[in-house]
Design a protein around this ligand. Structure first.
Ligand code: ARG
Ligand code: GLU
Length: 718
């Protein structure tokens, strides 16, 4: 009986430890051997940390790229084929699309290397090695320095370090701060700038369910696209040239055809953008109460305007598709974030953690003298931040959604560069950016956005002293923002791309007198914001950054039993966790897999979000899944407990052996607060099952020449 009880207790104990430690965390690949390998193995991993990160021979990290600096991609063939998400390749796909050759709607498949399409400005970056340079970066830094003094010492140290770093001529390096500036790492990189579009499914597959399904589980999206890295004849990075050849990688991922089952080990390798896991409860509270709601409210309105135009005009739909998706994406995430933070009592949990922190600090005289007032100091600063942060959110959201201000900003840059040595460069850059902006610009949509958003900006901030120009416009338009917008657009030329771009140099001379109404208003909004908000905000933010850096160090000192991972900062990370369903709310349980059956359940003929291509419907009827189906069904997506964030889009999900099993593209709605407070009960990442990707490439697109490049394996049938 006692023996039996002991077993139960041991089992119980192990369970608590794994629950407390597993899953959360975005780890540095070079530290896995020291910090994580043991746990990863206990969770099912069959390879070693040295197979993941090794600077002496090809390892998994050599197959992972930062895709354009905003997503992740992975090399999946010995000929430099790269897999990423559809929404990561979307700009490239959109840029090559016209009404007649609509790759967004119809998809695109190059039949051979010659048909692969170059993409100006697109690049991929490999990480060659990662070095800890904390000591060298922090030489000469003292606690009494102001933030700007500290930063200037650090900048100098970093500049010197970067110069003396040993690397090949075609390599580059950068240094990043970790743990809010308590540690620094240097990354040696190789960047390839000739990256060509190879294939993309139609949006009805690659973005199936669009914004309705975005951030949601159960999900049925084939969110992938394919590119190829081209190199010079020596396999080294080279600018685009028709003579470049497919890149031969140090490592490419093998692809498993065996899928995953509940509890299987998975890890996700990629470039997560930004998380804030170590904030004070006051910061979390402010996000939920102030910042997220303001941003959501403004985007509610912007999205309604753009959506109405997109639905009635095919050209606007193409022009605004990418913008709309971007605005809607964060908008929806913030809503999930509020929901999750509230539901899991994140603020209360943080407060309990802070109470424990304070208790421990008070028992240790040295800690007490360093950290005794830390929590209350932070709280005071967040009180000061609140009104400033709210104004910042209003300003940023409104100004960035009205595009005439984006155009005016380019002319403002030109005006500011007048008489300076960078004038010509500024004009050339402005011209390029304006071309891009005007390509996706519709003045009617913008005027409506101006009317709706300026009304919010003006009326919803009654206590703010806004620029005089706005008051005058308000009076002239009798407080009616449709009239105010009409008057405004009639008195500017910036909404007329032809007028501006056909004789650009002449226009530059003319407009840089600053006497266009849009440029005038933009300049006064900007200077008003600077005086009213940003100068004070920067000071408060500096103070918070400094306190937060101390708080970070303090947490690491005080909670010695905890292994800390640094917040995401767009550097390479590994996260791991088991495949697992979840219970989003009472009586609802989510499975780990979705199938093509679910696509057909959602199918709405001709619908903007839920149409299904005829070929898929036929393949479904015939159950023609080839080697990609499982038990007569076609798997589509699955979820697991990997801790991911924005930037992990396109990240590979690897099995216990390091084979590719999935393509990360999203998180589940209830758990998007993992950026601020990961909670294993509801935080799940969403991946396309790699077999669905292969099925689409092979059976749907008939691009079996791509399948032949890949190394397909059966790890479970060994
Ligand atoms: N939510 C995912 C991410 O954060 C996917 C976004 C693209 N899809 C979309 N329907 N907007 O990037
Ligand atoms: N879709 C996100 C991205 O573009 C990844 C999902 C997430 O935020 O976790 O990076």
């Amino acid at each position: 009986m006692i023996k039996y009880l002991k077993h139960i207790l041991v089992g119980f104990f192990v369970l608590i430890i794994t629950i407390a430690k597993a899953d959360e965390g975005m780890w540095l690949p070079q530290l896995l051997a020291k910090l994580n390998e043991k746990q990863m193995k206990s969770m099912g991993m069959k390879i070693s940390a040295a197979d993941i990160y090794n600077i002496n021979k090809g390892s998994l990290k050599d197959a992972i790229v930062s895709f354009g600096g905003f997503c992740t991609g992975e090399v999946i063939s010995s000929k430099g084929l790269v897999l990423t998400n559809h929404h990561c390749g979307f700009d490239a796909i959109q840029n090559h699309s016209t009404l007649d050759n609509n790759y967004i709607r119809d998809g695109f498949w190059a039949r051979n290397n010659g048909e692969e399409i170059p993409n100006k400005g697109l690049f991929v970056t490999f990480i060659v090695r990662i070095d800890d340079v904390s000591r060298k970066v922090l030489i000469g830094v003292t606690g009494s320095m102001s933030e700007s003094e500290r930063q200037s010492v650090i900048d100098k140290n970093i500049a010197a370090l970067r110069k003396e770093t040993k690397q090949e001529s075609y390599q580059d390096n950068f240094v990043r701060a970790f743990f809010e500036g308590n540690q620094y790492f240097l990354f040696v990189t190789e960047t390839y700038k000739d990256v060509r579009l190879v294939g993309a499914p139609p949006s009805s597959i690659g973005n199936f369910g669009k914004d309705t399904d975005n951030w949601m589980w159960p999900r049925h999206t084939g969110d992938f696209s394919m590119f190829r890295i081209y190199a010079g004849k020596d396999n080294k990075p080279a600018d685009y040239s028709p003579d470049n050849v497919p890149y031969k990688p140090k490592k490419s991922l093998s692809i498993s055809l065996d899928g995953v089952a509940e509890k299987d080990f998975t890890m996700v390798f990629g470039f997560p953008g930004r998380t804030m896991e170590y904030l004070h409860s006051a910061a979390v509270d402010q996000t939920v109460r102030v910042n997220d709601p303001v941003k959501i409210a403004i985007r509610d309105k912007a999205l309604a305007v753009i959506d109405a135009y997109m639905r009635k005009d095919e050209t606007i739909k193409i022009q605004y598709a990418s913008k709309y998706a971007g605005i809607s994406n964060a908008w929806k995430k913030w809503q999930g974030e509020i929901l999750g933070l509230t539901k899991t009592n994140a603020v209360e949990k943080k407060k309990a953690y802070e109470a424990e922190f304070q208790k421990r600090v008070n028992t240790n005289p040295i800690w007490k003298s360093h950290y005794g007032n830390l929590l209350s100091d932070i709280e005071i600063m967040y009180k000061e931040l609140e009104p400033l942060g709210r104004s910042r959110d209003y300003f940023n959201e409104v100004i960035s959604k009205i595009e005439i201000f984006k155009i005016a900003a380019q002319f403002n840059n030109i005006i500011n560069a007048k008489g300076k040595s960078n004038y010509d460069v500024t004009v050339a850059r402005a011209k390029e950016r304006l071309e891009d902006t005007y390509n996706e610009y519709n003045a009617e949509v913008d005027e409506k956005l101006f009317a709706v958003l300026m009304e919010m900006f003006y009326n919803d901030q009654p206590n703010e002293k806004l620029p005089n120009e706005l008051d005058i416009m308000y009076k002239e338009g009798d407080g009616n923002f449709s009239v105010i917008a009409r008057n405004f657009f009639q008195s500017t030329e910036l909404d007329n791309s032809e007028k501006i771009m056909t004789s650009f140099d002449k226009k530059v001379t003319q407009l840089s007198e600053g006497n266009d109404k849009a440029i005038e208003l933009f300049r006064s909004l900007l200077s008003n914001y600077s005086e009213r908000v940003s100068q004070k905000l920067n000071k408060v933010q500096d103070e918070i950054d400094k306190l937060q850096r101390t708080y970070m160090q303090a947490q690491m000192d005080v909670f010695k039993e905890k292994t800390f991972y640094p917040d995401a900062n767009s550097t390479m990370r590994v996260t791991y966790g088991n495949v697992k369903g979840y219970t989003p709310r009472d009586a609802v349980k989510y499975d780990i897999h979705t199938y093509l059956d679910g696509v057909m359940e959602k199918y709405k003929p001709g619908d903007y979000e839920f149409d299904v291509p005829e070929k898929i419907r036929t393949l479904y009827q015939k159950k023609d899944y080839g080697q990609y189906g499982q038990n007569g069904k076609m798997p589509v997506c699955f979820i697991a407990m990997n801790h991911t964030t924005g930037g992990n889009s396109g990240s590979p999900a690897l099995d216990a052996y390091g084979n590719l099993v999935g393509l990360n593209f999203d998180r589940a709605w209830e758990g998007t607060m993992s950026d601020i407070n990961y909670d294993p009960s509801i935080c799940r990442n969403i991946m396309v099952d790699i077999r669905y990707v292969l099925f689409i490439v092979d059976k749907y697109a008939g691009a079996d020449h791509l399948i032949k490049e890949m190394n397909l394996v059966h790890p479970k049938k060994k």
